[in-house]
Design a protein around this ligand. Sequence first.
Ligand code: SF4
Length: 222
Amino acid sequence: MISKKKALEMVDVIDGMFPDAECELRHDNPFELTIAVLLSAQCTDVLVNKVTKSLFEKYKTPEDYLNVSLEELQDDIRSIGLYRNKAKNIQKLCQSLLDNYDGIVPQTHKELESLAGVGRKTANVVMSVAFGEPSLAVDTHVERVSKRLGICRIKDNVRQVEDRLCSIIPRERWTKSHHQLIFFGRYHCVSRKPKCEVCPLLDDCREGQKRLRAGLVKVDGA
Ligand code: SF4
């Protein structure tokens, strides 16, 4: 695992690459954001946005989601992976919002995580994007990038990755860095074919150097 100093230098480079990174899930309020994040598990933001465009016109409140049958809601989100479970979770989430929080999305991690279908990652995103509290949610991109770069260990679980990143990056940068690491993983250090040839972090990257030695990366002069 690389030093915290080196890791922060890498985060600074990524900061320079994606200075305007932000949440790409379309939403107008904390409730819509919570639904969008719940739908985004194992699914691209682009597809979620396509579905929520009409979904959010039809469903505006927790009551709206509960006033239709599960089958109708499943139909409305059918193009999204795991739509059956996600529809169930949305209705459970809406029920617990009405039962415990007057239908309003709560503003603490603990309360958010008490809602059906809301885990630590979703709570972190809602707390940071909707309520402005610094948070560093670890999704598939953040985890992959952190491990490839050697910022954390390959065997680390999601919580260990989050703790490590939070110990390296100043608190006031957590939210921005979260979006920047996602953009870096989504558009540059992509899952199947990372752009190592043009990566400014190649010299120090654990995965990039491994790929270079294996002949998978061709750089000028090599
Ligand atoms: Fe990702 Fe390759 Fe850059 Fe490493 S060198 S961060 S694997 S793109």
